[in-house]
Ligand binder design. Structure first.
Ligand code: GLY
Ligand code: MN
Length: 470
């Protein structure tokens, strides 16, 4: 057993977990120390992700909870972490014990010994001892910090504490916001992993652009994207790939990917590989037949101008609201010039064709914490810039929902009447362009700039053959 465990440790360091191999254990320790410094007193208790049944005895593929991973690097289910600021033994883990029988079926696991040797827990216990062991750690403590996002765990700890009067913490606080704040500023190593996830995604975009042809199905493109991810060491997508053509290009989170693409469609590809647990999120929109029509160009050029302006103004000190205002202003002017809105001052009119936010944080999650609207950007933050215009085929019927926001029926009638000709001209064109942007000391770096977004570059790439569709 001892020998086997030792061999396993050697293997894991060099081969098994490429995720673990990417980030040094010191970096995880520094993150835990920073978090512990942020709370004045008390202990921190967090649970990792658990496994969920898919059907029968098959589980969904496991992915660690992002905050738990951020602080430990530990990537197995059913683990719990206790942090004890100011104590000699300040990092305690509860993990699934090593089980030789299970190892025959599903392979090796870290076990209690691995939690200490590989993940540098000061001490570790089998997770089935948690309810008993945790009591001794919580005795005489004032405050316990828990992730309020994990309601089930918070309830379990609360009921555990409620059964013990007197010497146990009476104050329960939320730890999520403290970790979310830390996660906003990415380290050099995190940026390296994100760049790798983004490079793989850019590669997938380029291969997709070369392969797309009329009469292919959206799922064939989604399959090609997935192939490029896996071939390049990405463990999975950061989120389900969106490959939406024609009418589907106007559906923001279309994930079915089942339609047959036709000659005059635009296709939105909103995709992101995950690598070393970090997600990319890059969108490109291209014409299925490889040549933009005049109508497609009209819409595309507005989105491109808006997106570039948003990216280019990035620097420390500004806010995501500033970027959103600038990008939206350009969209609004463009829509007005095309006859798709009649009043530039009207927010509701613009929202008929552009109904989502321009940016969100990016990191361990596709929608990472941070980039709150009026928070000033700082070097090390990564976020997306992704304006769009969507001429949905039901938009002029759906616009009557605006009456719920206090817009009068007369105003909506007048709007519908005025924009109808432009609507008919541009119907079923959806365009979104999205890049991943790192804030630097002096400005920004567009991490996904290698994915073509200029009309001429897209048309040139699409005219090249693809080894996947020949
Ligand atoms: N890429 C999906 C989203 O940003 O919502
Ligand atoms: Mn996005």
């Amino acid at each position: 057993m001892a020998f086997r465990v030792k061999v396993f440790f050697m293997i894991s360091i060099f081969f098994v977990s490429h995720i673990f191999a990417e980030i040094n254990t010191n970096e995880f320790a520094q993150r835990r120390d920073k978090l512990m410094q942020k709370i004045s007193q008390g202990v921190i208790l967090m649970r990792g992700a658990v496994e969920y049944a898919r059907n029968g005895d098959v589980n969904f593929k496991f992915r660690q909870n992002s905050n738990f991973y951020y602080l430990s690097g530990f990537d197995e289910p059913d683990a719990t972490m206790l942090l004890l600021p100011g104590e000699a033994q300040k990092f305690i883990m509860f993990v699934k014990p090593f089980n030789a029988h299970m190892a025959v079926w599903v392979g090796e696991s870290y076990g209690v010994e691995g939690a200490m040797k590989i993940f540098k827990a000061d001490t570790a216990f089998a997770n089935d001892t948690f309810d008993d062991v945790i009591k001794s750690y919580l005795r005489n403590k004032e405050t316990v910090y828990l992730p309020f996002s994990d309601q089930e765990f918070a309830s379990h700890i609360t009921s555990l504490l409620n059964t013990h009067y007197g010497r146990y913490p009476k104050k329960i606080e939320d730890i999520d916001q403290y970790i979310n704040d830390l996660r906003q500023i990415k380290s050099t190593k995190e940026i390296e992993l994100m760049q790798k996830a983004i490079d793989i995604t850019v590669d997938a975009h380029k291969e997709a652009m070369k392969a797309i042809k009329p009469d292919m199905h959206e799922y064939e493109i989604a399959a090609l994207i997935k192939y490029i991810y896996l071939k390049n060491g990405s463990e999975r997508s950061g989120f389900p790939s969106i490959v939406g053509s024609g009418p589907n290009s106007t559906i923001l989170h279309y994930e079915k990917n089942e339609r047959k693409m036709t000659q005059n469609d635009m296709v939105v590809m909103d995709i992101g590989a995950e690598y070393g647990m970090y997600s990319a999120d890059v969108t490109r929109t291209v014409p299925v037949d490889g040549k933009f029509s005049e109508e497609q160009k009209d819409i595309y050029k507005i989105v491109l101008e808006s997106q570039k302006a948003g990216v280019e103004m990035t620097k420390p000190g500004i806010t995501l609201s500033d970027i959103s205002n600038k990008s939206t202003e350009i969209i609004k002017n463009g829509l007005f010039d095309l006859g798709l809105i009649t009043d530039k001052e009207s927010r509701w009119q613009t929202s008929v064709w552009f109904m989502h936010g321009v940016s969100h944080g990016l990191g361990l999650e596709t929608h990472d914490p941070g980039g709150y609207r009026n928070q000033k950007l700082e070097a090390g933050m990564v976020f997306t810039v992704e304006p769009g215009i969507y001429i949905g085929e039901n938009a002029l019927e759906n616009v009557y929902m605006m009456s719920r926001m206090g817009v009068s029926k007369d105003a909506i009638d007048a709007f519908v009447e005025a924009v109808k000709p432009a609507f008919e001209k541009y119907k079923n064109i959806g365009v979104r362009i999205e890049d991943d942007v790192l804030v630097t000391e002096t400005g920004y770096r567009n991490l996904s700039e290698k994915a073509p977004r200029e009309i001429s570059d897209i048309e040139k790439l699409m005219s090249k053959g693809s080894k996947f569709t020949e």
